[in-house]
Design a protein around this ligand. Structure first.
Ligand code: AMP
Ligand code: MN
Ligand code: MN
Length: 337
């Protein structure tokens, strides 16, 4: 065993010991949770709650609401508002958060936790806890949780499996992205064997919207811009969706989170960007690359982060100024000076 493997094994042992001996476990995932963040948290939460432990789970958004498309996930009764979260938890576990800041309002709680177990799969994870289960080779955080649940010897029933599967299909783009490993498919096979309904999960995650979404999508796509000369000549496509666009149709912010999946299909662009204005006037920026550009690096330079082909950041600047800051950072690998 190499030193690294030994250190990783020590982390696994420490994490399982801490969880086994805890009476109460406080769970937190990153703000504006996606299927991987919420699925990994609720999956472990449900598995632990069934052993008789007290489990509280939350995320630190100022306005606390589960995104509409994730309300089908089992285990929602474990959720508490950040205001009801323990101020100094004995044992706190974080999910899919690469930095302490990604915990939003719950970052101070993490800072005061007796033990902080960080469960994640971002290469950029800053190892901000006391114990780290961080596997950049894992397609989703739910893959790390799957191993943890197995090491704890806890059963994975259909509800736990639904949570874990939701994270797996979210982060692999339904097994389409390059991160789709044999291990990801093997895990999916084990989860499917519990009787979960893949077609129902897919429909909840991707195949339903209020009519208002079509209207707002039309507006946003109508102002999409193709810049063939950007990204070292490989092309950039981008658009924005404002709170005024959404207000005109009565569409909540979380409904536009996935708009990047439409924009990124453009053949003429290596990089796709969607700027999404939230209800407070701040901007959340989604970036995607096809492989020639490391968008995680570009987003990290602007205070965000993510994966090499899917990353994001927040911006308080105007759309034009945000794009002016981002554009020069989108250089293809190898062309950077
Ligand atoms: P999104 O475009 O919101 O789907 O985000 C894509 C990926 O970028 C996520 O999986 C996160 O890892 C990362 N990400 C998005 N926003 C941020 C942010 N503000 N800070 C750090 N990472 C982010
Ligand atoms: Mn995530
Ligand atoms: Mn993830």
């Amino acid at each position: 065993m190499t030193t690294n493997e030994a250190a990783r094994e020590a982390d696994w042992r420490r994490a399982t010991e801490l969880i086994r001996s805890a009476g109460t476990v406080a769970l937190a995932c990153h703000v504006s949770p996606d299927g991987d963040a919420l699925g990994s948290m609720l999956g472990l939460g449900l598995a632990l709650a069934r052993t008789g432990k007290k489990v509280v789970a939350s995320f630190g958004d100022r306005v606390f609401a589960v995104p509409r498309l994730l309300r089908f996930l089992p285990g929602q009764s474990l959720l508490v508002e950040p205001s009801a979260y323990p101020a100094e938890p004995d044992l706190m576990i974080t999910f899919d958060a690469s930095t302490m800041e990604r915990l939003g309002l719950l970052a101070p709680h993490a800072g005061k936790a007796g033990e902080l177990v960080v469960i994640d799969h971002h290469v950029s994870n800053t190892r901000f806890g006391t114990v780290h289960l961080v596997d950049p080779g894992a397609a989703s955080t739910t893959m790390v949780v799957d191993e943890l649940v197995n090491r704890l010897g806890l059963p994975i029933d259909r509800e736990v499996a639904t949570c874990l599967y939701a994270g797996l299909v979210t982060d692999t783009g339904s097994f389409r992205h390059s991160i789709t490993t044999p291990a990801a498919h093997a895990m999916a096979g084990r989860l499917l064997a519990t009787g979960l309904r893949p077609e129902e999960i897919a429909r909840e995650l991707w195949d339903r919207s209020p009519f208002a979404y079509l209207r707002v999508l039309g507006t946003a796509l109508g102002r999409a811009t193709l810049e063939p000369d950007a990204v070292g000549g490989l092309g950039l496509v981008w658009t924005s969706v404002t709170r005024a666009d959404r207000a005109a149709e009565g569409l909540p912010y979380d409904e536009v989170e996935g708009m990047i999946d439409v924009v990124r299909r453009v053949d003429e662009a290596e990089v796709a960007v969607v700027l999404k204005e939230d209800d407070e006037g701040g901007w959340n920026v989604s970036t995607r690359s096809k492989g020639a550009v490391d968008v995680a690096r570009a987003c990290a330079a602007l205070g965000g982060g993510g994966h090499s082909r899917a990353a994001g950041f927040s911006s308080a600047l105007s759309v034009a100024d945000t794009m002016a800051a981002l554009r020069p950072l989108l250089a293809p690998e190898g062309s950077r000076s």
